[in-house]
Design a binder for this molecule. Structure first.
Ligand code: CEZ
Length: 790
C-alpha cells in the first residue's frame, strides 16, 4: 500500500481508498494544515486564538482538535477538477469530490511539502503544497501533463471551497487587480469589546493565481448547481464558469483554465490560498510568494526551519521503518509540539512541560525558556495552574477550566530529562519572577510544588484527584473533594524521588522528599494493591476501582507503570503486575489504557466511561499512557516487553497492519482503537490526531533506552537495550556538543554487557567527562540472545 522513498524523506501511499483517512500535516509558527490522502484539509492560523479561513458549510463549534474527525463531501479541501472538452469525461484530484478510480495514484508526504500525482484518462496531474515560512499562506502548484499520446483539449478547475464564513456578512468576487477570488466576511460577534479584539482579524480568504484564468466562479451554489460536488453543473453543463459573485451567499473559489496540450506537453500553474486582513496585505502576499522564485524561497526557508529541529540521533537497525521514523519523522513531530505549542495560547500545563521535555533533545534553549515561563505562573501556594498562558490576553479555556491535580508532578519528571540531556544544573539557580509578584529560584519553586503535592493528601496518605489527574475525563472520582488517585499518588512518589536525587546532587535538603515518596508508596501498597495489580483510585464514597471486582475498567495501565517507576512495586509485585498487563492489556496494536472498556456511565468515575468503548481514554491503545509504560519497562530492564510496546506504536511494514490502522508511519497518533475483544473490526484504527505527549516520551525512550545513550550528572551512561532478536545496531548521537558513534553487537561468549570507548574498556558504562567538540567511538558487546549469565 505504501513505502518510504528517498531514504525515508518521503512516504508514498499508492491508493486513495485503501486507507481513506490517512493523513499528514504541515505547519509554521503561525499556522497548521492537516491534509488527508483524498484532498480534505483542515487549516488553522493564530490571531492570536486559532481561527479558520476555510470553513465547514455550516456554523462550526469552536473546539480543540479532535480525534477521528469525520470527512464528508462538503468538508473543506483543496481540489482540482479536470474535464475533457471533447469527450466530457471528468475526474478530480487528489481524489474527492468526483472519486473517480485513478489509473495511478500517489500521495507523497514530505517534511515540508505534500504532493499528489494522479493519472486519469491520459492526464497526469500533480498537486503540491508547501507553506510560506513566516506568513499564513498555502502555496500550491498544479502541473498538468498530457500522457495520452494525442492532442487534448481540457479544462482544469482549481476548486478551494471556503464554506460558511459568517452569519453577519460574507461575500465573494473575482478581482482582476488582485489577481484572484477574494472572499470577505466579518467574524461574528455580539459584545462591543470583541470589536476591538477582532478589528484586525484576517477576515478575507483569497485564492490568488499567477496566470489569469479563462473564467471563475465565486458563488458556491452557482458552482454546484443541481449536480452537486460530484458533477457540478457549472463544470459539467457549461463550457465556461459563469464568472459569478456571492452576495451574502456562501462564497467559494473556483477558477477555470482551458488548455490545449499536445502529446507530452505540460503546463504548470501556481496559486496562493490563505487569509488576509485587507487588499494591501493581499498584494504583499502575492508579491512575496506567487512566483516560481517565491515558492522556491519558501521551500528553502522551510527546510532551514525544519533543520533547526533535527533530532539528536541517527539510528541504523534491522528495522528500516523504525530507522526512518526515528531519524526524520518523530523528531519532526516533537519539534512541531515544542515550537508551535500545538497552536494554542493556553497549553495544558502537563502538555507544555512534556512537549518541552521533548525539546530538550532538539533545541534545549527552547525547553529551558519554557520551563522558566511555566514556573513564572506558579501560584503562591506552590500549585501549578491548569494551563500556561503564552500571550497577553490569553485565557484558560476548555479543559483548563476544570481543576486537575497532577500538574506539579511534571516539573521534576521533565526537568530530570532536561538535566540529563544538557547537564545544565545552573537552571536550578535561575531566579523566576512570578506573576504573583514574588521571586524565587527554580529549585525553590520546585520545592514548593513538591510541598503542595505532599499537602494534597487524604488521611490515608493518598493524593486527591479533584476533577481529574493526567486523565482529563476522569472527572467524577473526586469531584466531591474526597476521592483519590492511585496513579497520582505513585506519580507523586516518583516525582519526589527524582527531585530528592537532584536536590542531593546540588547539596540541598532532600530528606522530606524521600520520606514523602516512601509514605506515598506505602499508602498505595496498603490501600490499592489488589493482589495482582494496582487499583486506579478510590472514589468519593470510598470505593476502590480498577480492581478485579470490577467487570469494566478492571485494570488500568498507568498505576502499573508508575508503581514500577516510583519503587512502590517490589520484585514480586512487579512480576505479578507485568503478567496482568500482558494478559489483559497487551494487544497486537499496543498496550491498552484500561480493560475492559466501560460500556456505560459510571457516575463515580466520570465522563471517561461515556466515551465509546475502545476510543480515547476508554480503553484505546492510548499511546501517551503506553509510552509511560514503555519508559517504566526500560527503566526496569524489560527490554523485550518494551520492544513490543514500542514497535506497536508504529504501523507496518506488514500491509495488513497498515490497512487496519489506516495510519502512515510519519507521526505517532494519540491513540489506536482498543477494545480488541469487544470490537475487533475497528481495533487498531488510528485517531489520526498528531497532538500527543507520546512523541516526546517515545523519542526519549529511543535515545536513552533502546539505544542506551543517556546523560547522568556529568557523564553519559551507555546501556543499550536491544530486543533479543536484534543482533546488531548502530547510532550516531549528538550529546552536549560531542558526537558519539555507537555500534552494538551480540557476540558469542560474552557474558554481560561490555562497553568500549575508543578501544578502551569502560567498566561501569559511564563515559566521563564528555568533552564538547570531541567524537567518541563506542562499541557495546552484548551476550547472544537467550544467553543467561546464571
Ligand atoms: O487530551 C489529552 C490531554 O491533552 O488527554 C490526556 C491528557 O493527559 C492530555 O493532557 C489524557 O486524558 O477532554 C477529553 O476528554 C479529551 O480526551 C482530551 O482531554 C484529550 C484529547 O485527546 C485531546 O484531543
Amino acid at each position: 500500500v505504501g513505502a518510504f522513498v528517498d531514504q525515508g524523506r518521503r512516504f508514498v501511499l499508492a491508493s486513495p481508498t485503501a486507507m481513506p483517512q490517512a493523513s499528514t500535516f504541515l505547519w509554521n509558527r503561525k499556522m497548521l494544515l492537516q491534509l488527508n490522502c483524498r484532498g480534505y484539509a483542515t487549516a488553522q492560523f493564530m490571531q492570536p486564538e486559532p481561527a479558520k479561513y476555510a470553513h465547514a458549510p455550516t456554523l462550526e463549534a469552536r473546539t480543540f482538535m479532535q480525534p477521528e474527525q469525520p470527512y464528508y463531501a462538503h468538508h473543506p479541501g483543496r481540489f482540482v477538477y479536470v474535464r475533457d472538452e471533447d469527450s466530457g469525461s471528468l475526474f478530480s484530484a487528489p481524489h474527492a469530490p468526483v472519486n473517480r478510480v485513478p489509473d495511478e495514484f500517489a500521495f507523497s508526504v514530505g517534511a515540508g511539502d505534500v504532493a499528489w500525482t494522479v493519472h486519469c484518462h491520459g492526464i497526469e496531474l500533480e498537486m503540491r503544497v508547501r507553506l510560506a515560512a513566516e506568513d499564513v499562506a498555502e502555496l500550491w502548484s498544479v502541473r498538468v501533463r498530457n500522457v495520452s499520446g494525442r492532442r487534448r483539449r481540457i479544462s482544469v478547475y482549481p476548486y478551494f471551497p471556503v464554506g460558511y464564513m459568517s452569519w453577519m456578512n460574507q461575500a465573494g468576487r473575482y478581482s482582476p487587480e488582485l489577481g484572484g477570488i477574494v472572499c470577505s466576511s466579518v467574524t461574528p460577534y455580539q459584545k462591543v469589546a470583541d470589536w476591538f479584539r477582532q478589528r484586525d482579524f484576517k477576515d478575507l480568504t483569497v485564492l490568488l493565481h499567477e496566470r489569469a484564468p479563462d473564467a471563475w466562479e465565486a458563488n458556491q451554489s452557482a458552482f454546484e448547481g443541481e449536480g452537486g460536488l460530484h458533477a457540478p453543473d457549472s463544470v459539467v453543463r457549461r463550457e465556461t464558469l459563469a464568472c459569478g459573485d456571492a452576495l451574502y451567499e456562501t462564497p467559494t473559489t473556483a477558477l477555470q483554465y482551458r488548455l490545449v496540450l499536445e502529446a507530452d506537453q505540460e503546463e504548470e500553474l501556481r496559486f496562493l490560498f490563505g487569509p488576509a486582513h485587507d487588499e494591501a496585505e493581499v498584494r504583499e502576499l502575492r508579491g512575496r510568494h506567487l512566483s516560481a522564485e517565491g515558492f522556491a524561497a519558501a521551500e528553502a526557508a522551510t527546510a532551514r526551519y525544519l533543520g533547526e529541529g533535527a533530532g539528536c540521533v541517527r539510528i541504523e537497525s534491522p528495522d528500516a521503518w523504525l530507522d526512518h521514523f526515528t531519524n526524520r519523522w518523530l523528531p519532526r513531530q516533537v519539534y512541531y509540539h515544542g515550537d508551535s505549542n500545538r497552536l494554542t495560547t493556553d497549553p495544558q500545563t502537563r502538555n507544555f512541560l512534556q512537549d518541552h521535555m521533548g525539546m530538550a533533545y532538539l533545541r534545549p534553549s527552547t525547553a529551558r525558556a519554557s520551563f522558566l515561563h511555566a514556573l513564572s505562573q506558579q501560584a503562591a501556594d506552590g500549585a501549578m495552574p491548569d494551563g500556561i498562558l503564552l500571550v497577553d490576553g490569553a485565557e484558560l479555556k476548555y479543559i483548563n477550566q476544570v481543576p486537575h491535580t497532577d500538574h506539579c508532578v511534571w516539573l521534576p519528571v521533565c526537568l530530570q530529562a532536561y538535566l540529563d540531556e544538557t547537564g545544565d544544573d545552573a537552571i536550578l539557580d535561575e531566579v523566576v519572577a512570578g506573576s504573583d509578584g514574588h521571586s524565587a529560584t527554580v529549585a525553590e519553586r520546585v520545592d514548593r510544588a513538591m510541598h503542595w503535592l505532599l499537602a494534597q493528601r487524604d488521611e490515608r496518605g493518598l493524593s486527591y484527584i479533584a476533577q481529574g489527574d493526567w486523565c482529563d475525563p476522569m472527572n467524577m472520582v473526586g469531584w466531591k473533594g474526597r476521592g483519590v488517585s492511585g496513579w497520582l499518588s505513585l506519580a507523586t512518589a516518583h516525582a519526589l524521588r527524582l527531585w530528592a536525587d537532584i536536590s542531593a546532587r546540588r547539596g540541598r535538603p532532600d530528606a522530606a522528599f524521600r520520606e514523602g515518596a516512601d509514605a506515598f508508596n506505602e499508602a498505595v501498597n496498603q490501600h490499592l494493591w489488589d493482589g495482582d495489580w494496582y487499583g486506579r483510585g478510590i472514589t468519593d464514597d470510598g470505593v476502590v476501582f480498577g480492581v478485579r471486582a470490577d467487570s469494566e475498567g478492571r485494570i488500568y495501565l498507568n498505576p502499573q507503570s508508575w508503581a514500577m517507576l516510583s519503587g512502590a512495586a517490589d520484585e514480586a509485585r512487579r512480576s505479578k503486575l507485568l503478567h496482568a498487563v500482558d494478559d489483559q492489556l497487551v494487544s497486537p496494536y499496543g498496550a491498552a489504557m484500561l480493560d475492559p472498556p466501560y460500556t456505560g456511565m459510571r457516575e463515580d468515575v466520570g465522563r471517561l466511561t461515556q466515551k465509546f468503548p475502545g476510543s480515547a481514554e476508554n480503553g484505546a491503545v492510548y499511546n501517551h499512557a503506553a509510552a509511560f509504560y514503555l519508559h517504566a519497562l526500560y527503566r526496569a530492564g524489560e527490554s523485550d516487553r518494551a520492544w513490543q510496546v514500542l514497535r506497536a506504536m508504529l504501523p507496518g511494514p506488514d500491509p495488513q497492519d497498515c490497512l487496519q490502522r489506516g495510519q502512515l508511519p510519519v507521526f505517532v497518533p494519540n491513540y489506536y482503537r482498543g477494545a480488541w475483544r469487544l470490537h475487533p473490526r475497528t481495533a487498531g484504527r488510528s485517531s489520526q490526531l498528531f497532538n500527543t505527549g507520546t512523541a516526546a516520551w517515545l523519542y526519549r525512550c529511543l535515545v536513552e533506552d533502546l539505544f542506551g545513550l543517556r546523560g547522568e550528572g556529568q557523564a553519559l551512561r551507555i546501556a543499550p537495550q536491544l530486543p533479543s532478536h536484534w543482533n546488531s545496531a548502530r547510532a550516531s548521537r549528538r550529546f552536549r556538543g560531542a558526537q558519539v558513534e555507537l555500534e552494538v553487537e551480540r557476540v558469542a561468549g560474552v557474558q554481560a554487557m561490555r562497553v568500549h570507548v575508543d578501544g578502551e574498556l569502560l567498566a561501569d558504562g559511564l563515559l566521563q567527562p564528555v568533552e564538547s567538540g570531541r567524537s567518541y567511538r563506542v562499541r557495546v558487546e552484548l551476550p547472544l540472545a537467550g544467553y543467561s549469565a546464571a
